[in-house]
Design a binder for this molecule. Structure first.
Ligand code: AMP
Ligand code: ZN
Length: 475
């Protein structure tokens, strides 16, 4: 099937052509583990997961890498200065940097599993690739792309790289003006960035290594160049990340890599837009005000409801988070699961209708392969689940494919629902449900709501379906 992806570099929707036929390699910038991963960060990781699933369903042999940043990310993304985020996290929590990294990495991995994100083929940590980073810096030093700021570090001279900033049309002039911290006057150009930072002389850092230039630690950007090249080779197909990374982090990755690998280093750049709040502000870790998947779970939401909410949008558009929006998504998801449970329980499913299977498979995979139009795919799924024209056996087979492609765990959730539906309902709950039906018949809505709350408090829920009232044990 033809795969189309928007390429940030060309600013065009392009037909995807792999470097090696039948294979795809991609790298995704992962989390910086100095704090919880928030649901905005998770949006960028769902994009990576969808890409992987889409390629697998298109028959590709996929190798994808997502790093974990556990060193080198400074508090100002704008001009690569300020404090080290990891050391700051350690001071905040009175723990060692290594413990902070481990704690938030584990939290992130749990969120990833809850959101049904496929394991990447490799998940390197920046601290495991220090040698590769030093080697890369050495190559850039040898090629004349660097200079030293005494007492500070080895910097990349962006004026030496003619194509600097091409990913965002060269729009990097605002970096100095936009910087939140004092500008480093010793830099030759505002866009120059640190490849290696020296440890301070007056205090000992928790993470530091020897290098040909002195004891210190790598800059943030070099890790992604080093780890991607180490695991994917000097050229690979796709690089992903959140849209905020394109202007600086990815511009710097390209500047570090192309003098060594030749251009283009990466063929396709895919960026996901922000998750924002109602007033349009980006959810951000550094502000400290953000929502985690655990908060959503504690409020009773299945992580699949959040995944469904993301899939109802498009990765290139901002998505405003609201609790009402999440509740609507949760309902949409539950309805889908209910339909799937009916299909699974069909007593006369028939036999697989190959033509119907192929046509729906084509329609759904076609939407996702067309620049990840997941909302379009979900509308098609809803149509499929509803239509009487396709038998249950064919739908069951299609739902398995949809689960592989969209990762919504429809079959699993539907099976759980069926199991809960088959739990014996206590007589008193049945009596309450009958009483509620009677109250509704006399239009006594207040009483009906009161009884629903009673049933709810007892751990059951009443659902009005087209086949009448159902009583289900709550998950
Ligand atoms: P970090 O953990 O800060 O290194 O960020 C991990 C990923 O999350 C990066 O690809 C960011 O671009 C992305 N990201 C950060 N904030 C948001 C947000 N509010 N919405 C979507 N993606 C985000
Ligand atoms: Zn990165």
């Amino acid at each position: 099937m033809n795969i189309k992806l928007f390429n940030t570099m060309s600013r065009k929707l392009e037909d995807f052509k792999p470097l090696v036929p039948g294979k795809v390699g991609f790298y995704s910038c992962g989390p910086t583990v100095y704090h919880y991963t928030h649901i905005g960060n998770l949006r960028s990781f769902v994009l990576a997961d969808l890409l992987k699933r889409m390629f697998i369903e298109n028959g590709y042999d996929v190798y994808n890498v997502m790093n974990i940043t556990d060193v080198g990310h400074l508090t100002s993304d704008d001009d690569d200065s300020g404090e080290d985020k990891m050391e700051k996290g350690a001071a905040r929590e009175n723990k060692s940097v290594w413990d902070v990294a481990k704690f938030y990495t584990d939290e992130f991995l749990r969120d990833s599993a809850d959101l049904n994100l496929l394991e990447p083929s490799a998940r390197p940590r920046a601290t495991e690739y220090i040698k590769e980073q030093i080697d890369l810096v050495q190559k850039l030093v040898d090629l004349g792309y660097t200079y030293e700021i005494p007492g500070d570090g080895i910097y990349y001279d962006t004026s030496k790289f003619a194509a600097y900033g091409a990913l965002t049309g060269g729009a990097t002039s605002g970096i100095r003006a936009g910087a939140r911290v004092e500008f480093n006057e010793a830099k030759r150009n505002p866009t120059d960035f640190a490849l290696w930072k020296f440890s301070p002389t007056d205090k000992k850092r928790q993470m530091e290594w020897d290098s040909p230039w002195g004891v210190g630690f790598p800059g943030w950007h070099i890790e992604c160049s080093a780890m991607s090249m180490a695991l994917l080779g000097p050229h690979f197909d796709i690089h992903t990340g959140g849209v905020d990374l394109s202007r600086i982090h990815h511009a710097n990755e390209i500047a570090q890599s192309e003098p060594i690998t030749g251009a283009p280093w990466v063929k396709h750049w895919v960026h996901s837009e922000f998750l924002v709040d109602k007033s349009g502000d980006k959810m951000s870790k550094s502000s400290g005000e953000f929502l985690t998947l655990s908060v959503l779970k504690n409020r009773g939401y299945d992580p699949m409801a959040y995944r469904y909410m993301l899939l109802m949008g498009h990765y290139q558009s901002q998505l405003a988070f609201s609790w009402e929006g999440l509740a609507a998504a949760a309902n949409g998801y539950k309805n889908m699961v209910r339909r799937v449970s009916e299909i699974l329980s069909d007593a006369a499913p028939g036999v697989l209708d190959r033509a119907a299977f192929d046509s729906w498979h084509q329609k759904i995979l076609g939407a996702v392969s067309d620049n990840l139009k997941t909302a379009e795919a979900l509308v098609a799924v809803q149509e499929l689940l509803k239509t009487p024209a396709v038998n249950a056996a064919t739908k069951q087979e299609l739902v398995q494919f949809i689960d592989r492609l969209l990762g919504l765990r429809l079959t699993e959730s539907a099976k759980e629902l069926v199991a809960r539906e088959n739990i014996d309902i206590p007589d008193e709950i049945k009596a309450l449900a009958d009483e509620r039906t009677a109250a509704k018949a006399t239009r006594d809505w207040a009483r009906a709501d009161e009884i629903r709350a009673q049933i709810d408090a007892a751990g059951w829920s009443v659902v009005d379906t087209k086949d009448g009232v159902k009583i289900i044990k709550k998950a």
